[in-house]
Write a protein that binds this ligand. Structure first.
Ligand SMILES: *[C@@H]1O[C@H](CO)[C@@H](O)[C@H](O)[C@H]1NC(C)=O
Ligand SMILES: *[C@@H]1O[C@H](CO)[C@@H](O)[C@H](O)[C@H]1NC(C)=O
Ligand SMILES: *[C@@H]1O[C@H](CO)[C@@H](O)[C@H](O)[C@H]1NC(C)=O
Ligand SMILES: *[C@@H]1O[C@H](CO)[C@@H](O)[C@H](O)[C@H]1NC(C)=O
Length: 184
């Protein structure tokens, strides 16, 4: 064997040995991850209703230590709130927000929200946006973090600007304008 052939063999073997000996659960399949390229802006109204015979938000737990005071700290509320095109209750429903909000502000009223905004109309029917964020309800305008999504919003990232449109401080009912910017 001449020298160049030996060198070639060494190179071939060297390369073969560079391949991990056990690929285990690695796969060569194309990942089903869409390239992040679309920016979608959405605007809708969120109706959170604690009062009445058919509330869309229910208190599921509350520490007994805060019942005596006016504090809501520690209250956990489960929601299935309609999302509408306009601020009126009669406005067209385009989806719902489901999840929890927890009153997490000890001194300043503040919520932490864990919600999935699912759409039932138009291009995004069947898709949803996941929001997990602190929500400083004491401020009329505030920002929430979009951390993910399903369907057309798979791998979504973004933010939502919130503006309180209506608030009943006696029972907590609220209508909030959401303007979301989502990259997906
Ligand atoms: C981006 O939007 C276009 C047009 O609506 C659509 O065809 C495409 O599938 C979208 N891409 C992603 C990654 O969502
Ligand atoms: C809260 O519950 C605990 C355990 O049941 C009880 O000992 C305590 O007195 C309660 N506190 C108030 C303010 O009701
Ligand atoms: C609770 O709120 C009411 C009305 O705002 C007020 O009159 C009362 O003093 C408050 N109680 C406490 C314990 O802060
Ligand atoms: C939304 O999707 C569901 C399930 O695919 C379908 O039954 C429904 O008709 C769709 N609604 C609209 C308004 O497209």
């Amino acid at each position: 064997m001449d020298k160049s052939l030996i060198l070639a063999w060494i190179l071939v073997l060297g390369r073969a040995m560079a391949v991990p000996p056990c690929r285990g659960y690695y796969s060569n399949d194309e990942p089903h991850v869409p390239a992040p390229k679309n920016v979608t802006n959405l605007r809708f109204f969120f109706h959170d209703t604690l009062s009445g015979k058919n509330p869309s938000a229910l208190i599921v737990a509350r520490p007994n230590t805060t019942i005596a005071s006016n504090s809501t700290f520690g209250t956990v509320v489960a929601i299935d709130d309609p999302l509408t095109v306009g601020p009126e209750k009669t406005s067209e429903v385009i989806g719902s927000a489901q999840g929890l909000w927890v009153s997490t502000g000890r001194d300043v009223p503040c919520l932490t929200i864990y919600m999935d905004f699912g759409f039932t109309k138009g291009e995004f029917n069947g898709s949803s946006i996941s929001v997990f964020s602190r929500n400083l309800i004491i401020e009329t305008e505030r920002e929430l973090a979009v951390v993910g999504g399903r369907g057309k919003f798979r791998m979504a990232q973004g933010f939502a600007h919130l503006k309180t449109y209506f608030l009943n401080p006696m029972n907590g009912d609220a209508i909030v304008e959401y303007k979301m910017t989502v990259i997906h």
